[in-house]
Design a protein around this ligand. Sequence first.
Ligand SMILES: Cc1cc2nc3c(=O)[nH]c(=O)nc-3n(C[C@H](O)[C@H](O)[C@H](O)COP(=O)(O)O)c2cc1C
Length: 189
Amino acid sequence: MKRRVILGISGASGASIGLRIAQILGGMVDVELHLVLTSASRRTIAHEAGPQALGRLIDIADHFHSDGDIGATIASGSFRTAGMIVAPCSMRSLAAIASGFTDNLLTRAADVQLKERRRLVLLARETPLHLGHLRNMVSVTEMGAIVMPPVAAFYRNPMSVDELVSDIAARAVDLLGLCDTPLIAEWQG
Ligand SMILES: Cc1cc2nc3c(=O)[nH]c(=O)nc-3n(C[C@H](O)[C@H](O)[C@H](O)COP(=O)(O)O)c2cc1C
């Protein structure tokens, strides 16, 4: 059976990272990709990645879920998954996940990963951060999520924005622990 992975994209800046993660997961033959977008993300995807990006994303996914479809498969813990990445994760979605306020399918699916003790990786994106943002990051970490702000690894000397985006995306996928061989090459010292 293919491993089911959920990718949630919210309305924070960094839509191209979500798109790149979709491309990586979509290229894995043994992964079934479930995609859920918030309504705010439709705007950031179009603004940051262009008008065709939304269609490209939906084409990559094996299953595309509307954020209002609270009866979708991924809304239930009985639907087994290998985990979920939210990339990028807005401060609104982070706050909703931190408080268990499951007001749409993305936050509900994230809540399910936590209650079922599955891997949840949140690419929480805002800067600067106020104390409420930081407290929400602490709360989700205490509940078992991994907060991975999409911060550049400058020591790898990225030559372009595309390289930087690909590096962050690969690190997020590696955190799911799907592959025996990590996507990110080991630092050789
Ligand atoms: C161009 C643009 C960039 C944004 N960037 C961020 C951001 O980096 N972080 C954030 O928390 N919200 C950001 N927002 C605001 C969110 O889209 C907004 O709070 C929205 O309600 C989030 O809803 P969602 O979590 O359901 O996607 C941005 C909005 C726009 C239009």
